[in-house]
Write a protein that binds this ligand. Structure first.
Ligand code: GRF
Length: 236
């Protein structure tokens, strides 16, 4: 399917595993953020415009108190919680398989009866123990192109070019440094491995001469605002 601004969209056929939830009246979304929250806003707007029928945002969680996304949630009277995130070193030294922050987050998601959790600009890595609680109920927006199964180190773009898969920190900078002509964004199910997991949908974005990390990220975000809405619609 082609996007209106020339982006290439691909939608994956994901098994509908959650029959019980599919017939339930309202699907309750939890949105995890760390910053601006423009993708949270895209979901808020889509729900307001009835583009996500039967869905509501039950809870927003931010690991940063100064994340602007908190204000976006408050403006809509959506429950929002600041949850300071434990340092990885503290967790590792405790010997636990899940961090104290993850235990709190798990309790919050249960308390607010969240059906599907969306990492929308969430900049913290989860432990395998946390992830394994939410098979196909935890999804992530990753500002680079991931292969269908979410694993592997190369991706073939729509024009047949093979490019590296960018994961981890500063993936937009990584794409610019690699000199690729196309990058994009992928919405995928979260697996224990970082930035890996079956792709729900993704979009390509052309890199233009003179692009900076900021200019490219801005164009990727514009695409993501549609991608996240369509992906959430088909993900559950
Ligand atoms: C998005 O580009 C997302 O892909 C990445 O962080 C950015 C978040 O943007 N993980 P925002 O906070 O939704 O504006």
């Amino acid at each position: 399917m082609s996007g209106s601004a020339g982006e290439q969209y691909e939608w994956k056929n994901i098994d509908k595993l959650h029959t019980e939830e599919a017939v339930r009246k309202t699907l309750r979304l939890g949105v995890l953020i760390s910053g601006d929250g423009s993708n949270l806003q895209a979901l808020i707007d889509a729900i307001a415009q009835r583009e996500l029928p039967g869905m509501e945002i039950a809870l927003v969680v931010s690991n940063r108190a100064d994340a602007y996304g908190i204000q976006r949630a408050l403006q809509q009277r959506i429950p929002v919680i600041y949850l300071p995130w434990e340092k990885r070193s503290a967790m590792l030294s405790s010997g636990a398989d899940m961090s104290a922050s993850e235990t709190k987050l798990t309790a919050l998601l249960q308390l607010f009866q969240v059906d599907l959790t969306i990492c929308a600009g969430w900049l913290r890595i989860f432990t395998p123990a946390f992830v394994s609680q939410f098979p196909r109920r935890l999804i992530n927006l990753h500002p680079a192109l991931l292969p269908d199964d979410g694993i592997g180190n190369t991706f073939t773009t729509s024009d047949g070019t093979v490019i590296p898969v960018f994961r981890g920190l500063h993936v937009i900078k990584q794409a610019l440094a690699a000199g690729v002509k196309v990058t994009g964004s992928s919405l995928h199910y979260v697996m224990p491995e970082v930035d890996a997991g079956p792709v729900i949908c993704r979009a390509e974005v052309a890199i233009e001469p003179g692009d900076t990390e900021e200019s490219l990220h801005e164009r990727i975000k514009q695409v993501e605002h549609r991608l996240i809405v369509e992906g959430v619609r088909i993900s559950f």
